[in-house]
Design a protein around this ligand. Structure first.
Ligand SMILES: C[S@@+](CC[C@H](N)C(=O)[O-])C[C@H]1O[C@@H](n2cnc3c(N)ncnc32)[C@H](O)[C@@H]1O
Length: 208
């Protein structure tokens, strides 16, 4: 595991008691709620909002993150939500080197983006080999910065529009169908309570 990357994220999560809302990402709910549950892999699971929602929908979840601080918080949130402990396997690992044990039906990579080193496209391409026929890869990314960041230099991760995600991942069309590729607006609240709308890139690939 890369100590520097882990230390960065542990420190970032350690700065406040809660970094994210605890709610599942809206794009995940929208795209996945009608899928029959199976085995899911949540990449960069953070504080567990998506993994907990997937478990509630009947998915058997493996939730991977490099930050033990985030995973401890996520496991507590799952416990508080009454999720059976065998529903979610919390895995502390660097996804640059980690490999799943078997096949899965869904990989969810929601905001699996980082301002520090992350070979994201390689990780995603490599892990597509673990998706069973008929399964899906969902990628949700920051596609535009909020206005309060636009006024300064953007120190966040590289931004990706949906069409850029599809091009960058370059999955072979004989094996993969692009089912959704949209830039969806989302309302956000800034550090001083400012309201704004930013775009999320939402891309769903289906394995033939
Ligand atoms: C922007 S957060 C998104 C968290 C969550 N998916 C969400 O939507 O709220 C990115 C997450 O990726 C994790 N991460 C970054 N690099 C990683 C790596 N190499 N291996 C595993 N997790 C990583 C971070 O610890 C962080 O929790």
């Amino acid at each position: 595991m890369s100590d520097e990357v882990r230390d960065f994220w542990d420190q970032r999560y350690g700065e406040r008691e809660q970094s994210w809302s605890g709610r599942p990402n809206a794009a995940l709910v929208d795209v996945v709620e009608d899928m029959p549950p199976g085995r899911a892999l949540d990449l960069g699971a953070g504080e567990g909002g998506d993994a907990i929602w997937l478990a509630r929908q009947g998915w058997q979840v493996t939730a991977v993150d490099i930050s033990q601080v985030a995973l401890d918080r996520a496991a507590r949130a799952a416990d508080d939500a009454g999720i059976d402990t065998d529903r979610i396997d919390w895995v502390s690992a660097d996804l640059a080197v980690w490999k799943p044990a078997g096949q899965v039906d869904l990989i969810a990579a929601c905001f699996f983006q980082s301002p520090v080193e992350l070979p994201r496209d390689e990780v995603l391409r490599q892990l597509t080999g673990s998706i069973a026929p008929g399964g899906h890869l969902l990628v949700v990314s920051h596609a535009s910065p909020p206005p309060w960041a636009r006024d300064h230099d953007w120190h966040g991760p590289a931004l990706r529009r949906a069409e850029e995600e599809v091009t960058a991942l370059d999955l072979p069309s004989r094996d993969w169908e692009v089912l959704v590729a949209e830039n969806r607006p989302r309302a956000v609240t800034g550090p001083d309570g400012q309201e704004a709308t930013i775009d999320d890139a939402v891309v769903l690939f289906g394995r033939r």
